[in-house]
Design a protein around this ligand. Structure first.
Ligand code: C2E
Ligand code: CA
Ligand code: CA
Length: 313
């Protein structure tokens, strides 16, 4: 129990051969420190059950290699106004093209980069790339309002964060109001003060903020109220649950109504079909994002996409 919160701890037993699999105490600690993937539900892990450890080690190598060899690339996924014709902006999403592992996706490498203490380098890289694109003036030429950049909440709360962001954006001479930071609210209530001070300081400079992943485990009403978000992004799982039965529709409809009453703009992600887009239009959300419009694509393809959309208006 920490504060008022109960944490349920799961125990698993792992067995591995020494020294074939575990050659040193640091190998054993590494094994203990590696989260067991959620698709493994056994209580006793042995032999090939432990292959995920090798995968983790391989991805960690790929991250280090990626930073040295410039294997990271920023992809862009456009976000649209509810008219389905006008591009509103884009989300920058990181990709890792590794010579050994092929393409590795952020759901896998971001948590590891955080553990390795390399997330700062990745976040800086993404922000610099986005600033470079904004500096070119191309997104604004095709009518875009801003580009969204994901931030790890842990980073936001570190001392010196605000200065670091300002320094990067300043060095490119980019107007802060063109950058919209997405953060997933996942911190304990006691940390609200720091997070909300950080958001206020950056908003004072002109940056915009979106709350990411609304409707997943962590997000809650208090943070929408107490943190000064411009946009709330409703998680794709909420939209997708509409097809699963009546309850999904009720949750979506009432989330939209509530967030609107809180005077926040709403983006729904994971829009894959015209039916979904039409439903969201009826509910009155502001922006849409998803494969229906475009997958995340490399910069060149993204520029081609927004040019075409602009010329079709
Ligand atoms: P997210 O912020 O929730 O990003 C949205 C994810 O949904 C992206 O996955 C995107 O490709 C995917 N997506 C968007 N529309 C659709 C759709 O219509 N259908 C389906 N099936 N998927 C859709 P991606 O690119 O794999 O990113 C995964 C997560 O990794 C992101 O989730 C974000 O939390 C994190 N991430 C990505 N880039 C960065 C980054 O530069 N910095 C940080 N800190 N995190 C990042
Ligand atoms: Ca995001
Ligand atoms: Ca999301």
């Amino acid at each position: 129990m920490i504060g008022d919160t109960d944490f349920l701890l799961n125990a698993v037993v792992m067995s591995a051969k020494v020294p074939d699999r575990i050659a040193s105490t640091s190998d054993a600690l590494y094994m203990a420190d590696s989260p067991v993937p959620s698709n493994i539900d056994k209580k006793i892990l042995a032999d090939s059950d432990l292959d995920y450890l090798m995968r983790r080690a391989a991805v960690e190598k790929a991250i280090t290699r990626g930073l040295e060899e410039h294997n990271f690339e920023v992809y862009y996924q456009p976000t649209y106004f509810i008219d389905r014709k006008t591009v509103h902006g884009a989300e920058a999403l990181l990709r890792l093209h590794d010579s050994v592992l092929g393409n590795v996706f952020p759901d896998e490498f971001i948590p590891l980069a955080e553990k390795m203490g390399l997330i700062d380098d990745l976040d800086d890289f993404v922000l610099c790339e986005v600033c470079r694109l904004l500096k070119s003036g191309i997104p604004m030429q095709y009518g875009l309002d801003c580009i969204n950049v994901n931030l790890s909440v842990v980073q936001c709360m570190r001392p010196g964060f605000v200065e670091r962001i300002n320094k990067i954006v300043d060095s490119f001479g980019v107007d802060p109001k063109l950058v919209n930071f997405e953060i997933t609210e996942s911190v304990a209530a006691s940390d609200y003060r720091i997070l909300s001070d950080t958001i206020d300081a950056l908003k004072h400079e002109g940056f915009l903020f979106s709350m990411d992943d609304y409707g997943t485990g962590y997000s809650n009403m208090q943070s929408i109220f107490s943190l000064d978000f411009d946009v709330v992004k409703i998680d794709k799982s909420i939209l997708w649950s509409v097809n699963d039965g009546k309850l999904g529709g009720i949750i979506l409809e009432n989330s939209v109504r509530m967030i609107k009453q809180m005077k926040r703009r709403i983006l729904v992600e994971g829009v894959e079909t015209l039916e979904q887009a039409e439903l969201l239009n009826k509910l009155g959300v502001d922006y849409l994002q998803g494969y229906y419009f475009s997958k995340p694509v490399p910069k060149g393809d993204f520029i081609g996409h927004i040019k075409k959309a602009y010329e079709a208006l």
